[in-house]
Design a protein around this ligand. Sequence first.
Ligand code: NAP
Length: 245
Amino acid sequence: MLAGRNAVVTGGSRGIGRAIVERLCRDGAHVIFNYASDDDAAAEVVRKVRGDGGKVRAVRLDLADPDGPERLMSAAEEELDGLDILVNNAALCPAPAPLTDTDPAVFDQVLAVNTRAVFMTVRHAALRMRDGGRIVNISTANTVRTGPGISAYAASKGAVEQLTAVAAHELGARGITVNTVSPGATDTELLRANNQPQALEAVVGMTPLRRLGEPADVADVVAFLAGHDGRWITGQNIRATGGLA
Ligand code: NAP
């Protein structure tokens, strides 16, 4: 379904990003993904995808670096003959803390990865993506279902949602769709690091589908938007939350 399509996915070495890389590759896309530090995890994704006959390459770079996003897109240009799909998935989510205990340096770091890097890769895609392309930015249910302790994270993702809506207008004439996918609680290392088991049980209790999300639950939504069937959806925020408002 995605044969002949070239994709860039940020943060593809684990969690939701890994599931997105594996799904897009299974659908036939040629994927480049980045990761920040975990060489072994990235190598395992590459080994698995290639073992299944897929085309993938991993690039280690920090999206918080001022030139990180451009380095990723340059690497993609060298490897791929054109860009069709961009998925901005990588993000930092610091341990919850009140505004007053949040170091401004942490705020800057979160905004650099979660917002500035998204702006830069979308900007690059706006200049170079082939007509009919797809951009999917991963946000979070927490921009709507907000609470204490996540000021930097929620602010960074709210900005991504607005950027997405504007880019959809700017790129629509070329048939490029730009959407947000907002996961709810999804069972990844990030989720387990930031939440006690009791808190996750409470989330499950409030979720109509009565479980945590799996990375593949989100990856399948991304794959739908990235494929032909998603062609008439743009500027939307698809909340992949198991029904949690
Ligand atoms: P995760 O398990 O923490 O994985 C994050 C990925 O991003 C890893 O591949 C990591 O690479 C990479 N990464 C992190 N910081 C980076 C940086 N500075 N530069 C480059 N790459 C970086 O995250 P996840 O739980 O799968 O979340 C994926 C997305 O879903 C995020 O946008 C998150 O906000 C969103 N989300 C998640 C949940 C949830 O419950 N899990 C809920 C709502 C939204 P390394 O491993 O090498 O560091």
